[in-house]
Every structure is written in structure tokens, then in C-alpha cells.
Design a protein around this ligand. Structure first.
Ligand code: NAP
Length: 551
């Protein structure tokens, strides 16, 4: 997919152009189409193994520099946009994406192998997410104003007037994720939460879906123009090599990074940002095994639990960051029965198309590595075995099994296998189950199945789990991440590089803002949210009390 084969690509590009050509393959640097580099990025349909055209131009270092400089120029005027104008801009983005119609879904499907039903749902999620952030911008709730009024007569020293609000952080680069070509890509949660806070955004398109990226970026550019915003508010650069990513992250004018993908890439970006002369935050959402703990009543309920676990770990061909990769219970006849039922479901599962060949190859490799660990058995792989040709990115579901003692001793079994595989871990006692919980690395989620009484009984283990994850689920499954105010999609490293923040839901905006405190400013010079009269009617903490009152 990422080969440089200019002549072949050009030939087919122009052949394609004669029929119907809307995609140009260029970078969108502010309002300008730019093609300084090589047309070296070619998407491949993972379901057919066929290349998709046109080819896309990888951004050069000077194009990256232009995009970030333009963003830096736009940062101040954009930060001063009124809430109404900013909200209208977000709604315009949603409308423009909607106007792309089914063509967007068709391109996204051919680039990702995801079905049209799934993508229709993902588009709705993307648009709803944009509308949610428009609502947040209008409400101003994210500003979280605190006001400590002056105490001129306080002894021994008077207190000054202190008023704290939040302001945008500055230009943000967002890395489109491969597994959600719409909802975690060009107009996904990272981009929209950064724009909603008033930050210009440069998106680095994922090389597996460059056409989808270009279509969505074009929609955003139209919204920028329709809203008469500065050019640098949004740019898209395409890239299929670490050079583009590193150029972006190390640009001196950049202020923050949003990323979803592998631990390897997330860590490379985090380290590059930390080495800068002026380090910046990298909000990377990376690997997670999302353990599912089965308490005795759940182990006994084999049919229901086996179906639930199977449905969750094979959903979307296992390509969700919340896919359950470990199923843990106390060994014995009941656990063996459940594992046997799970094995039957896996055996009968059809093969699925993964997002691109590289992800399929990484999946096979990780399953192979885990299966080779002494003490791990591959209970079942889906049969009949599909012909796993190198052209089609097909993969089969896998169920591995291991005893908790072996799992505890082998760190490689603690790491994510991205794709339709899960590992059943049998514990010899409740204490060993707690030891497994204790040995987990940071995760996005943990799930517990049982009765409310068992939850009480296992309270110590639940407390340990809470310390390991961003979301803890009772009698449900981790896949399916609601976009809402209370959602937290984050967790301790390596699930993310900063456990305090979420990449899904309303509070995702806090990654891209910073607090500022005004001291003794006259009322007329304060932002509206800090003015005495509270013209926006916000909930504010005034002298330690939550109130909507002004004075
Ligand atoms: P990826 O390899 O992490 O790539 C994501 C982005 O990072 C791409 O834009 C890539 O750009 C860039 N990148 C990769 N390696 C880099 C490096 N060394 N330095 C700087 N930038 C780098 O993710 P992917 O291609 O989507 O999938 C690969 C694996 O990531 C999967 O097998 C899975 O394990 C994991 N993944 C996890 C999640 C999750 O939600 N947790 C989601 C998707 C994927 P270039 O291609 O231009 O280098």
C-alpha cells in the first residue's frame, strides 16, 4: 500500500480520471491544494487486495511547515471567535460531511473493508459527536470559571481578585486512526474537541484511508470558507512514513498532539514531543487488553456469557481498542464448559476482513507469538480455514487458553492482540484471580460479570481493577463506547499517555485547553464568563460556592 511506484500509479490515476475523478490526491494546506512530494500513497481494498486510485502525495517537510505556520497564524483570531460563530462552524462541518452522501461511505468501505451498515452508524456517531461539541461551545460549560473575589480588608494581607477560566492551547495535530475512518479520523473526536476549544487543527491522514480523509477534509475546508475563518484553521497532510509524523510533532509552533493507534507509534510520538526544546503534551490512546473477570455465578452461566464474550471480541473483526482480550475465571468444570462453548462459537465463525494487510499480518504474528509461549494452548481457530492469501486482509477468530500461573510469568501475554482473538485465563483460586488483576498494566476498561453480592465479596479485587482502568463495567461488555458527558475513554499507561484525559465524550475538550487566571482585572476587560454580571448565565464557583448568580 505504501510503495513508491509512480509510473504505475500515474497511469491508472489518469485512466481513472477519465471516468469520474473527484479525488485529487493532494495535501490541503489551509485553502491551498499542494503536491510538492511524491504521489506515493496508494490505498488498497483489503477485501479484494486491489489497489485504489488515485495515488496520494506524501507531504514534504516544507508542506508540513506551511501547515503548522498557517495554524499558528490562525490561532489568535480563531481563539477570539464568538461561541455562536464557533458552534455554527461545527454545525457547518457536520452538514458538509452529510452532503458527501453515500459516496463517502462507499470510499470508506473500499479503503477499510468495513461494511456499509457499520459505516452508516459510524457516520451518524461522527455527526452526533460534532453536534454535541457545538452544544458544549454554546453552553460554555467547558470553561469551568472560578472566581475568588478580592478581600481588601483581609489580615495580615488583602486578597487580590482572582478569576480562572480556560483558553485554547494552540495548534493541534491529530493522527487519524485506521480502525474508525470516520469517528476517529479527520473529523473525529480529537479534531472536533480541539476545534471546539478554539484551536486550529492539522490532521495527519492515516495512509490506509487517504481518499476518505481527503473527502472529509474537503468538507471541513468548505466549512472554514463558509464561516469566513482564517485559512490556517484546518489542514490535512497525507503521509505514510514516520518522517511526516515526526516533522509535525517536532514543529516548534505546534502545541499538542492527539493520537490513536499502536503503542509503538504513540510512544515514538510521545518521546519526540518530550525531546523538543519546548515539550508539548501528546494525548495518545494505545494498547489495551480489556480484561473480563467472571465471578462464579457468571462462570456457571456458560451459554449466555460465552455468547456475550464471543460477540464482543469478534465485533468489527476484533479491531476495537476496547476489544476484550482476556477472559478470566476460576478453573474447574464450569470454566472448562464455558471455554468449550466459546471454542464452538469460534470454530463456526466466518472469517472477517481486517482494515489493511499490515494489521492482518501483525494480528497473525501476535497470535503466533502468544500461542508459542510454553503453557498456552490454542483451543480453537475458526474453521474451515480460509485461504489467507497475502492480497486479501482476511483473518480468523482465535481462542487461546492458559493457566493464570503461566500468564503471570509471561509479560508478552499481557499485551494487546489487535484483532479477533481472546485468551481464557484459568485461576486456581480467588487469590490468584486477584493476583491477575494486580499484574495487569493500564487498560481502557475492565469488566466484571457476577451478582451484586459477589461484587461485595470481591470488593478488594474490584478496588485493584479500578486503579488499573479508565472505565469499569458491570455485567456488560466494553465494546460500544457512548459519546456523552460522563464517558471516560482513557486509562493508565500504556492505555494512554495521560490517564487524566479521555479521547471520547464531552470532557475530551480538556486535552486541548489550559487554565489562565486573571488577577485584579477591571470587569470590562474580563472575558464574559468571568464578568460580575455573568452574562452567559454559567454555573461558576464564586468564593467557593457553585452558583449561577451574578452581581
Ligand atoms: P499505527 O501503526 O500506530 O499508526 C498510526 C499513525 O502513526 C499513522 O499515521 C502512522 O503514520 C504513524 N506512525 C506509525 N509508526 C510511527 C513511528 N514510528 N513514528 C512516527 N509515526 C508513526 O496504527 P495502525 O496503522 O492503525 O495499526 C497498527 C497497529 O496499531 C494495530 O495492529 C494495532 O495493534 C494498533 N492499533 C490500536 C488501536 C487502538 O485503538 N488501541 C487502533 C488502531 C490500531 P505512517 O504510516 O505515516 O508512519
Amino acid at each position: 500500500m505504501f510503495r513508491s511506484w509512480e509510473s504505475n500509479v500515474k497511469m491508472q490515476y489518469f485512466a481513472c480520471r477519465r471516468e469520474r475523478m473527484e479525488l485529487h490526491g493532494k495535501n490541503l494546506i489551509g485553502g491551498e491544494l499542494s503536491a510538492e512530494g511524491q504521489r506515493s500513497i496508494v490505498a488498497r481494498n483489503p477485501a479484494t487486495g486491489k489497489d485504489l486510485f488515485p495515488g496520494f502525495f506524501e507531504a514534504t517537510s516544507s508542506e508540513v511547515d506551511r501547515a503548522v505556520r498557517l495554524a499558528a497564524d490562525a490561532a489568535l483570531p480563531f481563539s477570539q471567535c464568538s461561541p455562536e460563530k464557533l458552534a455554527a462552524f461545527l454545525i457547518e462541518i457536520a452538514d458538509q460531511i452529510q452532503r458527501l452522501g453515500d459516496e463517502l461511505l462507499a470510499r470508506a468501505s473500499s479503503e477499510s473493508g468495513l461494511g456499509l451498515d457499520r459505516l452508516t452508524g459510524e457516520r451518524a456517531r461522527t455527526l452526533n459527536q460534532i453536534r454535541l461539541f457545538a452544544e458544549i461551545v454554546r453552553s460554555g460549560s467547558w470553561l469551568q470559571p472560578f472566581i475568588d473575589r478580592a478581600l481588601p480588608d483581609r489580615k495580615p494581607l488583602p486578597r487580590p481578585d482572582l478569576r480562572r477560566t480556560c483558553i485554547p492551547i494552540g495548534p493541534v495535530v491529530v493522527f487519524g486512526a485506521s480502525n474508525f475512518p470516520l469517528a476517529f479520523s479527520v473529523a473525529g473526536g480529537d479534531t472536533v474537541s480541539a476545534l471546539a476549544a478554539g484551536n486550529p487543527v492539522i490532521v495527519k491522514g492515516h495512509p490506509a484511508h487517504p481518499g476518505t480523509s481527503e473527502m472529509v477534509a474537503t468538507a471541513i475546508r468548505k466549512a472554514v470558507e463558509a464561516s469566513s475563518l482564517p485559512d490556517g484553521v484546518f489542514s490535512l497532510v497525507q503521509g505514510a512514513s514516520p518522517r511526516v509524523s515526526i516533522d509535525l510533532v517536532t514543529h516548534p509552533d505546534l502545541r499538542a498532539v492527539g493520537f490513536t493507534g499502536s503503542e509503538r507509534a504513540g510512544r515514538a510520538l510521545f518521546d519526540a514531543a518530550a525531546r523538543r526544546a519546548n515539550p508539548i503534551p501528546v494525548y495518545a490512546e494505545m494498547g489495551s487488553v480489556n480484561p473480563v473477570f467472571l465471578l462464579p455465578s457468571a462462570v456457571a452461566d456458560a451459554e449466555r456469557i460465552a455468547r456475550g464474550v464471543f460477540g464482543s471480541f469478534t465485533l468489527g473483526v476484533g479491531q476495537f481498542c476496547t476489544k476484550p482480550g482476556l477472559v478470566i475465571g476460576e478453573s474447574g468444570a464450569a470454566f472448562e464448559g464455558l471455554r468449550g462453548r466459546l471454542a464452538e462459537l469460534v470454530r463456526d465463525a466466518p472469517a472477517g476482513t481486517m482494515l489493511y494487510g499490515g494489521i492482518r499480518d501483525a494480528f497473525r504474528q501476535r497470535v503466533g507469538e502468544a500461542a508459542e509461549v510454553d503453557g498456552v494452548t490454542e483451543v480453537m481457530a475458526a474453521v474451515p480455514a480460509v485461504v489467507e492469501t497475502s492480497d486479501k486482509a482476511e483473518a480468523r477468530a482465535h481462542l487461546l487458553s492458559v493457566d493464570a500461573g503461566t500468564w503471570l510469568e509471561n509479560q508478552e501475554l499481557h499485551e494487546e492482540i489487535f484483532g479477533p482473538a481472546t485468551v481464557a485465563v484459568g485461576c486456581d483460586s480467588r487469590a490468584q484471580m486477584t493476583a491477575v488483576a494486580n499484574a495487569l498494566e493500564g487498560n481502557l476498561t475492565a469488566t466484571v460479570h457476577g451478582t451484586p453480592e459477589e461484587l461485595e465479596e470481591y470488593a478488594d479485587m474490584i478496588a485493584i481493577l479500578r486503579g488499573k482502568v479508565g472505565r469499569i463495567i458491570f455485567n456488560g461488555y466494553p465494546t460500544g463506547v457512548e459519546v456523552s458527558y460522563a464517558m471516560h475513554h482513557g486509562g493508565p499507561y500504556p492505555a494512554t499517555t495521560d490517564a487524566k484525559y479521555t479521547s471520547v465524550g464531552a470532557t475530551a475538550i480538556y486535552r486541548f485547553v489550559r487554565p489562565v487566571c486573571y488577577q485584579d482585572f477591571p470587569d470590562a476587560s474580563l472575558p464574559d464568563e468571568l464578568k460580575n454580571a455573568n452574562p452567559r448565565g454559567l454555573w461558576r464557583v464564586v468564593d467557593g460556592r457553585l452558583t449561577q448568580e451574578g452581581w
